[in-house]
Design a protein around this ligand. Sequence first.
Ligand code: NAD
Length: 481
Amino acid sequence: MLNEGFRESMSFRECVDRMVDRAIVATGLDPSTAKIIQACNVVSQIKFPACVRGTVEIFTGWWAIHSSHRLPAKGGLRFAPMVNQDEIEALAALMSYKCALADVPFGGAKGGLLINPAKYTEEELRMITHAFGTELARKEYLNPSLSVPAPDMGTSSREMAWLADAYKSIFPEDINQNACVTGKPLNHGGITGRVEGTGKGVQFAIREFFRHPEELEATGLIDGLAGQRIVVQGLGNVGFHTAKFLTEEDGVIVIGVIEQDGAVVNPDGLNIHNLRQHLAETGGVKGFAGSDYSENGAEVLEMECDILIPAALESQIHANNAMAIKAKLIVEAANGPVTYEADEILRHRGVTILPDIYVNAGGVTVSYFEWTRNLSHMRFGRLQRRFDELRGHTYLHALEQLTDKTTPDKLRDEIVRGASELDLVRSGLDDTLRTAFQDMRDVIKHNENIHDFRTAAYTVAVAKIAQSYYDLGLANPGGKP
Ligand code: NAD
C-alpha cells in the first residue's frame, strides 16, 4: 500500500504516458505518430450477474486493448479488490511496449475483475470466471485471433482453464480454441515453463545485466551475482519464482521479503521454499521461524540491500519514499512499481532501474510460445528431438574412432541429448531477454539524450510500433495527416 496520507499527483496511466513522453522527446518522434501510439484503442467496462449463495451479485470487469497494430492483442487478466479502469489502461499500454521491446508480435491488452477472490469458494470462483469469460468471448476479447488473456495478479492456470472452457462452450467448432488464452494447465494446452516463465525471465534479465562490468561499475555493484543481497516485495508467482531461481542457481541471498501483512528479515538469508509454505498455510509472513518480523513492510523497502525486486503492485516506490531507497539496483518484476515522480528522483540520485517492460517480459514471451504451440497443435521438439539424439551419437562415435578415446558418461549424455520442450522454451526466453538488453544498450550508446534503461526501453518499443504504423500507412514519419 502507499504510505498513509500519501497521494501521488499522477494516476498510473499518466505515469506511463509521461515516461513514454521522455522517449518520444529524446528521439524526436513526430507528435501525430506519438498521439496515435499512446492512445488506448478500446476500453470496455463489463457488468455481469452471477448467483452466489442464492443471491444475485453484479460483478464489474474491464478489458482494454491499447494497440492492435499486431493481432492478437495480449495481456494479463487480474482479479483484485482495488482494480480500476485507469490501472487497466496503464497496464494495457505497458503490454504494447513490452511486446514491441521483446519482439513478440502482439498488440497490448489487459483485463481486470473487481473481486476479492478470498471471499469465494473455488466453485463460486469457477462459476464467476466462466460468466466473465462468456462475456469476454461474446465481445471477442477472448479470442485466439484477436485478444488473448493470460494470468496476472490473483489469477493462475486454474482461471485460464475456466476461461478456455467458457470460450469452447460458445465456439466448439473452432479448431484453434486452445489458443484463446495462455498460461493454461499442461493438460489443457499449456506449455512447460509458463508458470515460472516470468520469474525465470527476471533471472535472465538480471544475469544479462551482470554480464556487463561497466554497468555494474556504474551501479556500484561489484563482483558477480553470487552473494548479492536482495529484498523482494510480493512472494506470489513472479516474486517466488524469481527468488527461488536466484537463490538456487545464482547464490543470491534473500535478506528481506515484504508481503501484505508486513515483512520478514534475516541478514543471513531466508529459506524461500519454507517461507512460501508458511505464507500458503497462514496467509502471511508473520511468525516465520528464524526471521525478524516487522508490521511495517514499507520500511523494509528502504532497507540496505544490493538489489530491490518489487514483485507485487504498482506505485510502491513513490515521491515520498524514493529518497529513502538504499538499493543500488531496482529490478521491476511487477508492472509499474515505481511512479513517474519516484523515477525522476531515483534517476537523479543515480540509482539504476531495470524497467518492468523489460524485466517481466518473460511472461508474455512464454505465452507467445504457448500460443504458437496451440496453433501448430504440436509440442516443440517433437519432430526433431530423437533425430538430434541420433546425430549426436553419430558425431560422438566418429570422434571416438578418430581419437581412439572414450567420452566420459556425463559428457556423452550432455552431447547426445536432444532438446526437450522446456530446454527450447528456456533457450528462447534467454535469447529474448539478452537481445532486448542489447537493444536498450545500443540506444543508450547511440543517443546522447538517453542515459537510463527505462527511456531506452521505451525508445526501442516506440520506434518499432511507429514503424508498424508507417508500414500500414496509418501514420507517416513526417507526421503529416
Ligand atoms: P500474484 O497474485 O501471484 O502475487 C502477488 C503477491 O503480492 C501475493 O503474494 C500478494 O499477497 C502480494 N501482495 C499484494 N499486495 C501487496 C502489498 N501491498 N505488499 C506486499 N505484497 C503484496 O501475482 P503475480 O502474478 O506474481 O504478479 C505480480 C506482479 O507481476 C504484478 O504487477 C503483475 O502485473 C506482474 N506480472 C505478472 C506476470 C505473470 O506471469 N503472472 C507477468 C508479467 C507481470
